[in-house]
Design a protein around this ligand. Structure first.
Ligand SMILES: [Zn+2]
Length: 302
């Protein structure tokens, strides 16, 4: 469905303002005393008018945009807008009241910009329609989930992430890689698009763990802890969805041909740690996290 603003029936309460009050409200717009007088006249016409105003997402719902009005207040709207037109930076109807009224009655008048009222000049009477937001959205975006998790773990981490179709083959970096620029600027994560979707999610977590652990981390204890932390947070985020995770015990020494520096101390065995495997000398990620938060053994490497 298309975006639609919130529509509210409102009463304008613009009347009874002194020139000084109007000057204060319109400060810094380069208006003259004559302009303030015209605004005052417009405000007196608008005062008490009941009309439809709209609130929009694009200006953070800050001002009330004129949306429509009934015939019975048309005369007051016409005269109010005529006076407001006198302050227009490029006046088309300066002192041309008859011309303005003729155009108005003929439906030819176009204000050229949205007419707005400030919050303080508006009394809300009734919501006619709630805002309808744009309806195209992701209902699950696991990449975004991981980015949110990272911001919770350490809001000071920076990374640029790109999906890279040129990462393929059997060399290191088949699945993903981090590039730490020599000038200490933002690290770049490449994620291969030639691996299963779920593996891409896990590779993102893997590479972010490298950024937490630092450039020289390889797959040392710091990296393991960081990666585990991301997985635990992921798990917590998705546990309401009935997620179950296989436990993969992860110990000091060599497992699947991959050397681990250290036993993990902080591991929660109910959450588990994924095992790495080596296929043709390339570390692949057989335990991947699905978009529902589950893990399964991928068919990768066959
Ligand atoms: Zn790695």
């Amino acid at each position: 469905m298309k975006y639609q603003p919130k529509i509210i029936k409102c009463r304008l309460k613009t009347g009874g303002k002194t020139i000084n009050e109007i000057r204060e409200q319109n400060k810094g717009q380069g208006l003259t005393y004559r302009d303030f007088e015209n605004i005052q006249k417009a405000y007196e016409e608008f005062d008490g008018v009941v009309l439809l105003l709209s609130l929009w997402d694009y200006d953070n719902h800050e001002s009330y945009h004129v949306y429509g009005w009934d015939d019975e207040v048309d005369e007051k709207m016409m005269m109010g807008i005529y006076h407001a037109e006198q302050t227009h930076p490029f006046p088309r109807y300066k002192g041309k009241k008859e011309e303005f009224i003729a155009d108005w009655k003929a439906g030819k008048y176009n204000p050229g910009c949205p007419m707005c009222f400030e919050k303080e000049d508006v009394e809300e009477l009734e919501v006619i329609r709630e805002e309808v937001k744009n309806m195209i959205k992701y209902i699950n975006n696991p990449f975004e989930d991981i980015v949110k998790i990272m911001n919770d773990i350490d809001p000071n981490i920076n990374a640029d992430i790109q999906f890279n179709p040129s990462l393929k083959g059997k060399d290191f970096g088949e699945c993903g890689m981090v590039t730490f620029p020599a000038d200490d600027s933002t690290p770049l994560i490449d994620i291969s698009t030639n691996i299963p979707f779920e593996a891409m999610i896990e590779v993102l977590a893997h590479e972010l763990a490298h950024i937490i652990a630092g450039e020289e981390s390889e797959h040392n204890t710091e990296w393991n802890k960081a990666f585990q932390k991301i997985q635990i947070e992921w798990q917590l985020k998705h546990e309401d969805n009935g997620v179950t995770v296989e436990v993969a015990k992860y110990e000091k020494g060599t497992e699947d041909g991959f050397e681990y520096e250290d036993e993990l101390e902080c591991i929660d065995i109910s959450i588990g740690m994924f095992k790495a495997s080596v296929v043709d000398g390339v570390r692949l990620y057989p335990y991947v996290i699905t978009s529902k938060g589950k893990r399964y053994i991928s068919e990768q490497g066959e």
